[in-house]
Design a protein. Structure first.
Length: 255
């Protein structure tokens, strides 16, 4: 009896999630091109700029840049875009539509995170495909990268959702989300190893989820899985904490 009840709950949760995901994917007619631009074009441009200044790169330097560019694309999509969307939906009353649906709040946020992850995957492939042209090195993909990106998108989307829920206006959400997205990327070991950073920033990077996402991607590009479980565990913890904060904060209707 308990097993059947648990199975029904799982099926119900999955059904809710898929319905919400379908709704979010439908919005890409408006936000899709913007998401593609900030998750793909900007990181590729960063790759080109870094290669121009650095000159000939070793394979490890190329891996650092490609992994960093992937994290930058993920951060731009899941923090910057998410923060703006949630703030606009909250302050314009659009969230009231979801009050009519018997859904859990965290599934709503997770559906948006999944939708933008799916939208951002082509950009991730573009970044890796452009590596031989821009950096002069061909990198191999690893299946575990999908898990890293999925957990990373969930954790970073929680940050973006929190910004959108607390920001007093869409403009403020835009400023805060962009500042945090780019600030976290450039103040944590995303494009370079933590050993090359000042000691203070090295300590700060411990609490930044991008640190562990980039570390996991770099290891997988090198064909190494050592330390992967630790990175996945920390990223999962970030995702869980942010989803709990969002679950307690989000309100379908603003007073």
């Amino acid at each position: 009896m308990n097993g059947v009840r648990a199975l029904r709950k799982l099926v119900k949760a999955l059904t809710e999630f898929l319905i919400l995901l379908k709704i979010q994917l439908a919005t890409f007619r408006m936000m899709g091109p913007f998401a593609l631009m900030i998750s793909g074009i900007l990181p590729v441009g960063m790759m080109y700029v870094m290669c121009t200044f650095a000159g000939e790169l070793s394979i490890n330097q190329a891996i650092n840049i490609v992994a960093g560019s992937m994290v930058m694309g993920l951060s731009n999509t899941c923090i910057a875009t998410m923060g703006q969307i949630i703030a606009e939906m909250r302050l314009t009353g659009s969230l009231a539509y979801y009050a009519t649906l018997p859904i859990a709040r965290w599934r709503f946020i997770l559906s948006i995170a999944t939708a933008y992850l799916l939208a951002g995957l082509p950009s991730m492939i573009i970044i890796v495909a452009m590596a031989p042209i821009i950096l002069g090195h061909t990198l191999m993909l690893h299946p575990a990268m999908l898990l890293v990106l999925a957990l990373g998108a969930t954790a970073l989307s929680g940050i973006g959702a929190a910004i959108g829920l607390y920001a007093p206006s869409p403009i403020a959400a835009n400023v805060f989300s962009l500042a945090i997205s780019f600030g976290f990327v450039f103040l944590s070991p995303v494009y370079y190893p933590v050993e090359s950073m000042p000691a203070l920033l090295g300590k700060f990077s411990i609490i930044v989820p991008m640190t562990y996402i980039a570390r996991a991607l770099r290891g997988l590009f090198q064909g190494q899985t050592q330390g992967l479980l630790e990175c996945l565990a920390v990223t999962s913890l970030f995702a869980l904490v942010m989803m709990l904060l969002v679950q307690n904060r989000i309100k379908w209707r603003e007073r």
